[in-house]
Design a binder for this molecule. Structure first.
Ligand code: CEZ
Length: 794
């Protein structure tokens, strides 16, 4: 039903109905496409804000990418209708819109392409989607093969939805000279000042074919007729009517009539995307279809290869072999890809939330540290001279702070040392701290060190008399917007996170020759932890915060929202929790928050508005921040578990981030294990029917934290100032594992085994014992053989 291919290049699904929302995604420098197994697609390109060339059938609300998006009959999609001209029977590939069950169906998601092979009524349709590296365009290859013993007369109809382009102006027609369909529109606007922006938009949608079609239709209503999308009337005719759309909803449909002998095959290629004008489209046609290089390859072939190369650059820095092959596949092939996507696209936003921008580039530190470095400098150049970080980072001259970035949050400074520490662990590039950067409100540049010092001072100052950090209208949790809007409420999590940030910063100060500052920050962390323990410990776990009206919440007295995961995990990181508190809170988390799908963000989920907490309580119980298994928060917790050596607890929860391995689990989650979604539904104890269901949203800060869990925790191959510390934390039921670690230009082959003779972890490099487990003086270009003996062997 689902399986990885032997070469691990693809994940395959063999039914369009088992996991109807299973999907894959591709992206390039301009766009992203989220392709579902049944043929539905959501594609967006940047100009500079996200825009569409294949629209919904009605006016779409413009917003950021949402979880659990529904699909419906006229959802944008890419389909091929197939008609047997003799019997009149039709079906469609990959599955929608006709929904005829295939004899054989495979949806294969790769790193740089997505393909389907569908066999139905003796005909095989293959569809393959890839992208070019830098243009807002899809490259489609479609093959039709006669599998039956008889000669077949067929019509095939590639159907690319265009949808409701604009209420001001929309049309479409076939262009003989372009051999394709061009649909035109004007992005609707009302203020004359906007004219300047929209006049250069790529408001045209084109479909170009490498082979001349026999007929076409550009008018969606005319195509569907009374038969509707599942059985379009136009397909009943011998030939499509060659119609156009004049302020009518366009569609891009072509017809090819083919006569296929048994075993014969025909191949077609299409380009579908956005453009500004016909001249540009003509250029695209000659670049991709007409001009060939010396080896006879055209732009279409070259673009596919170049794109594959582009995606492959996003390799991670560990390659693992463990007793868990599904984990290996995910970590070696898919996890770095998802991280790379975040670092490269900033989630298709021109003003990423500051914490997202920093964490996404924390992930980039493992792939292209130079880009992470640049990102940190950009972020710091938008800091205020009082140390405050803005709510979003502006990445384009025309961008402005939108949506959630207009709501004041207080946590952004916390992420600076935390994300930077990963970059420093990977690169040892402490010169970054001496780089000079201006402020948003001050041209005079100061060093990165000064900037972060000011950010830490800002956190230390933005507190009440108890020493607890104000929350204002949100912290990490965006919708926790009414705890402190009156100016008094505090965030328990943020206070704990501040203590941790102080410690991480203290280490960085030490490593960059600033022992006095380090001492001050350690003392500040300790004081902060004391305040946390004084005001927020509830007896068995930490409270989430204290409202404007001085009500402590996230405590045993609460009927809903009794316990939140974030303060628990971060207290393990900050050191607020001593041994006794640790034992208690671990138990509370297991008992109240753990589910078969991971740990929930809070429980019980709120079922009605709590006006002193905010709109998080209005989200559907078990969805998103209201008690889902919110993987970002779960990853923090797991990272905390590794920090205190809770290897079995940590691994169990880490594994729950991936669908599978049982088919039941995969069915319940509804997703292929090729990305970690931002959440799985929670409220397991309230709504078991929906618990576990994937949000299918692959935008999430989870992934760099999972990578850190692997590098710093599970496999223990974390960079340090002197070199690399080898200290694996394999779960008790693993007897061995191997890791190849690319590190500062060197390659380490780390072989980890349990050994009955070892009473504690022993690390050998090239046969020599490393007393503290740290391999020093790592030379670029060199390969090291590292052996780890773990106690506990049979
Ligand atoms: O956005 C994420 C943010 O991108 O939610 C996280 C937050 O830390 C990330 O920075 C936790 O709140 O506003 C809302 O209610 C949304 O639910 C966002 O909070 C959420 C979206 O799921 C992102 O698509």
């Amino acid at each position: 039903m689902i399986r990885a291919t032997a070469d691990q290049e693809y994940y395959e699904l063999t039914s369009p109905t088992l996991l109807p929302k299973a999907s894959g995604f591709l992206w390039n420098e301009k766009m992203m496409i989220h392709m579902n197994c049944r043929g539905y697609a959501v594609a967006q390109f940047m100009q500079p804000e996200p825009a569409k060339y294949s629209h919904a059938p009605n006016l779409e609300a413009k917003t950021f990418m949402q979880p659990e998006q529904p699909y419906y009959a006229h959802h944008p999609g890419r389909f091929v209708y197939v008609k047997d001209e003799e019997s009149g029977e039709i079906f469609s590939a990959p599955y929608e819109p006709v929904r005829v069950p295939a004899d054989d169906y495979t949806f294969a998601v790769g790193k740089s392409d997505i393909l389907w092979t569908v066999k139905c009524k003796g005909i095989q349709i293959e569809m393959r989607l890839t992208l070019p590296k830098a243009e807002a365009m899809e490259l489609w290859a479609v093959k039709v093969k006669n599998l039956s013993g008889e000669r077949r007369k067929l019509s095939i109809y590639p159907y690319f939805t265009v949808g409701y382009m604009s209420w001001m102006n929309q049309s479409g027609e076939y262009h003989e000279e372009l051999q394709g369909i061009v649909c035109s529109s004007i992005t609707p606007y009302q203020k004359y000042q906007e004219y300047d922006k929209i006049k250069d938009f790529n408001d045209k949608t084109f479909l170009l074919a490498d082979r001349k079609p026999d007929a076409w239709e550009v008018n969606q209503e005319a195509f569907e007729g009374e038969g509707g999308i599942t059985s379009p009337s136009a397909i009943g005719q011998e030939e499509l009517a060659k119609g156009d759309a004049l302020y009518e909803t366009p569609a891009a449909v072509l017809q090819y009539r083919v006569d296929l002998n048994p075993g014969a095959e025909e191949a077609y290629r299409f380009l579908f995307g956005a453009a500004n004008n016909e001249g540009q489209i003509a250029q695209i046609r000659s670049d991709y279809f007409l001009n060939k290089n010396a080896s006879g390859e055209d732009g279409f072939v070259l673009a596919g290869r170049e794109y594959d190369q582009y995606i492959r650059e996003g390799r991670g820095c560990i390659e693992i072999a463990t007793p868990d092959p599904d984990l290996d596949n995910f970590v070696n092939h898919w996890l770095p890809r998802q991280m790379y996507y975040h670092g490269q696209t900033n989630r298709l936003s021109t003003d990423p939330q500051t914490r997202n921008f920093l964490q996404d580039h924390m992930g980039m530190s493992y792939i292209k540290p130079q880009l992470a470095r640049e990102a940190f400098l950009i972020a710091l150049s938008q800091q205020k001279s009082n140390g405050a970080m803005p709510d979003g980072i502006i990445l384009h001259k025309d961008a402005e702070l939108k949506y959630i970035n207009q709501v004041p949050h207080t946590d952004h400074c916390v992420w600076l040392p935390i994300c930077l520490s990963t970059y420093l662990d990977e690169t040892n590039d402490y010169s970054l701290l001496e780089e000079k950067v201006p402020y948003a409100d001050q041209a005079e540049a100061e060093t990165v060190y000064e900037h972060i010092h000011k950010a830490m001072q800002w956190l230390a100052g933005d507190r009440d008399e108890r020493g607890l950090n104000y929350i204002n209208q949100g912290d990490w949790c965006d919708p926790m917007n009414m705890v402190g809007y009156k100016g008094k409420g505090v965030s328990g999590w943020l206070t704990i996170a501040t203590a941790y940030a102080f410690q991480v910063w203290a280490d960085i100060c030490d490593n960059s020759g600033r022992p006095e500052a380090a001492q001050d920050y350690r003392a500040a962390a300790e004081e902060t932890n004391e305040a946390v323990n004084r005001y927020l410990w509830d007896g068995d776990w930490y409270a989430r915060g204290i409202t404007d009206d001085n009500v402590v919440f996230g405590i045993s007295k609460d009927r809903e929202g009794r316990i939140f995961i974030n303060p628990q995990g971060w207290s393990l990181l900050s050191g607020a929790a001593d041994e006794e508190k640790k034992e208690k809170l671990l138990r509370a988390v297991t008992e109240q928050l753990e589910t078969p799908y991971g740990v929930e963000k809070l429980a019980p989920s709120y079922t009605s508005m709590r006006e002193d907490v905010g709109r998080v309580t209005q989200k559907h119980p078990g969805s998103a921040e209201n008690g889902a298994v919110y993987n970002h928060a779960a990853a923090f917790y797991i990272y905390g578990l590794y920090a205190v050596g809770e290897r079995d607890n940590a691994y169990r929860l880490l594994r729950k981030m991936l669908p599978g391995p049982s088919l039941d689990d995969i069915e319940q989650r509804g997703q292929l294990p090729i990305f970690i979604p931002n959440y799985y539904r929670g409220a397991y104890r309230q709504f078991p029917r929906t618990a576990g269901r994937s949000s299918h949203l692959f935008n999430t800060g989870t992934v760099p934290w999972v990578y850190r869990c692997l590098i710093d925790g599970l496999f223990g191959v974390q960079g340090t100032k002197e070199g690399i510390r080898v200290s694996p934390q394999l779960p008790g039921h693993w007897n061995e594992a191997a890791v190849t670690r690319e590190f500062r230009g060197a390659t380490l082959h780390v072989d980890i085994r349990r050994d009955a003779a070892a009473s504690q972890t022993e690390v050998y490099a090239e046969g020599e014992l490393l007393p503290d487990g740290v391999l020093r003086d790592v030379q670029p270009g060199k390969t090291y053989r590292v052996q780890v003996k773990l106690p506990g062997g049979a």
